[in-house]
Structure formats: C-alpha cells, structure tokens
Design a protein around this ligand. Structure first.
Ligand code: DGJ
Length: 542
C-alpha cells in the first residue's frame, strides 16, 4: 500500500531532496515488527510475538516431513488441528550440502507456505545431535570422522553419539546455524518464525560420557570456575571433576560439555538474529530416575538443569519432551521444568488419547506452549511404530483443545503471564477439582453430572478446564467433558449468575454470540461436552 507520506517521500528522492525524503519515509514507514522474545515478570514468563504474549498451540511433524513434497500432508494436519504453530526440522545435511555453501530453498518454502496459512513456525535445528546421535551431519561431515568424532565408551568401544569435545565440529555446526539465522533475519521481517530449537535431544545413549583420550584429559583437568560458582560447590580452586562431584562426575562432565557446545552454537546464531532458543530433553524418569546411563546422558535432564543454565546462557528454555503417559509423572515433569529460572515449554509430547487433557495441566503450570509430536498425514507412525496411520479422528482430541483456546489465545497467554489463569486436567478418582481465586472458588466436576453436581468422572479421564479471572467478579471459562460452578468465599452468600455470555475475542475485544440462561445456567453450573465454547461469566451474590 502506498501511503500519502510514502508517495511524497519517493517524489522527494526523485527530486533529489534527500533530507525531506528521510523525514517523510521514517514517519510513514510501518514500524518493523518486534523480534519475538521471552520476558519474565514476578517469576512468570511470556513468549512475546508481535509485542504481546502468545500461546503455542503447537504440533510437530514427523522427522522426515520437512521436504517440499511432504508439506501438503503436514499442512492438512495443521488445519485439522487448528494449530497456530508448526514445529518443523531444518536439516543440516540439506542446508549445507557442501562445506560453506548454504541452501535456504527448503526453509524459504516452509516459511512462505506457513505465511499463506497464517501459521507460525518453530524451527528445529537437526544438526550435531538428533536423539543423541549425529545422523543429520551433512555427507561431507560424515566422511570426516576425525573432525566429527563419535564418543568412546568406557571399554574403548565407539558409541553412536557425537563427541561434544570436538572444537572443529562445534565450529562447523555454529557456522551453519549462524548462516541459517542470518538468512532468517533478512527473510523474516514478518516474524513467522517465533522459536528455534537448537539440536534435538542432545546427549548420549550407551555411555554416560566420552572416554576418548581428549575427553580424559579434560576430565582430569579443573572444573570451570563458573560452574562451581553456579552450583554453589565449595571445591578447592583447580579441583578436577571427580574431586568436585564424586559419583556424579561422569554425568556432570558430559552435561557441561554438551551444554557448552550447544550453547556456543546457539550464541553464534543469536549474534545474527536473537530469536528465543531452546534445547529439548529426553527425560529421565521423574519419580524413579535410576542411575546415570539408564537414560540419555548429557542433555537437559532435571538433575542437570543448573549445569545447562551455567554452560549455555544463550539457550532461553530447557524444555521437556514428555512421553510419560502417566499423570503422576507428567505432572512431576511439569513441576521440575517450571522454575523461576526456566519458562515451561512442552515442545514434544504424545499425541494419543491420554495426552490432550494434559495440555491443561501444563497451562496450570504457566506453560508458554505445548506441542504433540508426529502429527501429519505422511503415513508414518512412531507411537506405536507402523500403526495406526494418522487420520483426522486421531487428531480431533487435540484439535478440540486448540479450538477451545484459539479464540482466547492471546488473552490466555496474557492472563497466565499475570498469574490470573488456572487450568486443570481430569484424573482418575479426581472428578472434582477446585481452583481458588480468593473471593471466588471455581469448582470443576468432570463427567456427566446431575443437578446436584455429583462428580461421576468420565469413563476414562478426558476432562479439561481453564478458568481465568478478568475482574473481581468476572471470569473467562472454557471446559470439555465437565461442568464448572462458582462459590463465593463470603459466608452465607450464594452465587448468582448475573450474565453468562458465549463468544470469543477478536483483536482483544470479547464478542458475544449469545447469552446462556435458563437450563444452560440453572442446573447447578455451566456444562460443557465436546464443543469448543468460551464463556465470559459475570457473578454476583444474593
Ligand atoms: C523424540 C525426538 O525428539 C523426536 O524427534 C522423535 O524421534 C520422537 N522422540 C519419536 O518418538
């Protein structure tokens, strides 16, 4: 669009009047969109996109789906899901086919197609590490095992995991990642890309650490002073890893080495274009972790988060990939990763029946985003492998979440950032759950209940609920498979539904489509089944 001032500015340039041109063009040019960032206030976090809190209603495609020929099958799933963010890999082997020659055609295709669909992107940099191995190295790098070495196990065996103590490999990865970020900076003034994952589940399976001669030398050397300081360990200056950390030394050494490497790659990219960046973790069991070596070693598992924080300051978020389809473990992971020094982001989780409701447990812990893995129509399935092929009915339970949240996405993100939002998932035997908002309690009962709010629960726990405080006596509500009622904290007072409006937000303004009254409000609360409905509820007492 040509604005009047812009038109004048161009005419002035043509007339050779450069000062006037500069004046007019700067006053007329559209403000550049702010770069997405993660902000923190009062121990809570928000992912800012276009200057306002944003909630990632995400989906990750399969590992081999980020090729132009596959994209139609990815986008169809994103559409079924109503996801607002696609998490999609960028493969080092594709991006740098020859040393120092970069090919941005695929990333550009992905960005252009995302824009057409008004979907944002999280790019996953599959490079030195992918699930603890290095299978995404470019071919030319795979052919140079001296420069890109694998680690050596305790018994001298070669382990299929890249060594983090390989400076040339680190520099090659960092240069390629910097080139990607440099490209994004010039390509993406629209901020279609909002987050970048650096590597994928870095660490090692099959050995707690690298025992190569090079690693042994470092292991026998002093622990970096900044690590001792960050962990508050009182070891004598120059103490080596064993002296400082005893039986944890092997694991801590590998965590530091991997985190430092990933942190350097992230820093090189951030220097070009400072998008928010995260590293994802293959978790250890949050309840019974077992000894080091029984889970992936060196990644941001819950016991080494402080090491990662110290070693990789360019990484903004340490994010759990939660495949624990057990509510106790799921919740424990949420607790472990929602820390005052770490925003909660769930970049991968299961996509099968038990998971969708757990998004609400994550929101209840302040999550800035949530994304199940492997959601596209490329006819591949990871969990369980081979079957079932993905069909719309597999995606609908997640799609219900996103349809519930889409019309309040910005408001939910802001209210959560402000500490005014609570959300819960149904659990077996916990059909009734209460959210305390001070002057009001929101009482959620899952399952089809009677007028008396009997809480039967659903045959399998699928209920989910979100309540946020808009004002002293006003709430935003959305649920599935349950009912909510409110009780005033004032003694002897009774709840009165003054006005219950169904609707959604458009550009920050609530637009009602109808008022609920009569049966919809008289039967002991507000009932929801599987339709995505948003209510704005004004309460009074009598
Ligand atoms: C976690 C990894 O991060 C993904 O890339 C994928 O391999 C899934 N596991 C498969 O379950």
């Amino acid at each position: 669009m040509t604005t009047k001032a812009g038109f004048f500015a161009r005419r002035s340039v043509a007339a050779g009047c450069l000062v006037a041109a500069a004046f007019f063009s700067s006053s007329a040019a559209a403000q550049p969109k702010p770069i997405p960032e993660i902000v923190k206030k009062g121990g809570r976090f928000a992912l800012m996109v276009d200057g306002a809190p944003y909630l990632v209603l995400g989906a990750q495609c399969h590992n081999s789906s980020a090729w132009p020929a596959m994209l139609p099958k990815v986008w169809r799933a994103i559409e079924t899901l109503h996801a607002n963010t696609l998490e999609i890999p960028i493969y080092w082997e594709q991006f740098e086919p020859e040393p120092g020659k970069y090919d941005a055609t695929v990333v550009d295709t992905i960005i252009d197609q995302a824009r057409e669909r008004k979907v944002r992107l999280t790019l996953l940099w599959f490079a030195t590490w992918k699930n603890g191995s290095s299978h995404y190295l470019p071919l030319w790098a795979k052919r140079q095992p001296d420069k890109f070495p694998r680690i050596v196990g305790k018994n001298g065996n070669i382990v299929d995991s890249p060594s983090p103590n390989a400076p040339a490999a680190q520099q090659a990865d960092a240069s390629a990642f910097a080139a990607l970020m440099r490209h994004l900076k010039q390509k993406d003034a629209e901020r279609t890309v909002i987050l970048v994952q650096v590597e994928n589940e870095p660490g090692a399976w099959g050995s707690v650490r690298d025992y190569s001669p090079m690693a042994e030398k470092l292991f026998a050397g002093p622990v970096p002073a900044e690590l001792l300081k960050a962990l508050g360990v009182n070891a004598p200056a120059g103490a080596n890893w064993t002296a400082a950390f005893g039986s944890n030394a092997d694991e801590y050494f590998h965590a530091w080495s991997v985190a430092h490497y990933v942190g350097q790659v992230a820093a090189a990219g951030k220097k070009e274009y400072p998008l928010p960046m995260y590293a994802n973790a293959a978790l250890r069991d949050p309840v019974n972790p077992g000894p080091a070596g029984t889970y992936e070693s060196g990644g941001p598992t819950d016991n080494v988060l402080a090491i990662w924080r110290a070693a990789a300051p360019a990484i903004d978020v340490l994010a759990p990939d939660i495949y624990q389809n057990d509510p106790v473990r799921y919740r424990k992971v949420l607790e472990l990763y929602a820390r005052p020094d770490n925003p909660l982001l769930v970049p991968e989780t299961g996509g099968t029946a038990g998971y969708p409701r757990l998004m609400f447990a994550a929101l209840g812990h302040g999550a800035i985003g949530w994304a199940p893995f492997g959601l596209d129509y490329t006819s591949y399935s990871t969990e369980p492998q081979g079957m079932p092929r993905m069909a719309p009915e597999n995606l609908n339970p997640i799609g219900l979440n996103y349809q519930m949240l889409e019309p309040i996405m910005r408001e939910a993100a802001r209210l959560n950032f402000e500490g005014k939002l609570q959300a819960v998932a149904e659990e077996q035997g916990q059909a009734r759950q209460t959210m305390d908002f001070g002057n009001w309690k929101a009482v959620v009962t899952f399952g089809a209940g009677g007028r008396n709010n009997s809480a039967a629960g659903n045959p399998t726990p699928i209920g989910r609920a979100l309540v946020a405080k808009l004002g002293d006596n006003e709430f935003l509500v959305t649920l599935a498979y349950g009912k909510v009622d409110f009780t005033p904290s004032a003694a002897g007072a009774h709840r009165d539904f003054l006005r219950v409006e169904e609707g959604g937000y458009e550009n920050g303004v609530f637009k009602p489509i109808r008022i609920w009254n009569g049966d919809e409000t008289d039967y002991g609360g507000l009932s929801f089944y599987a339709a995505p409905q948003i209510l704005r509820v004004l309460l009074g007492t009598y």
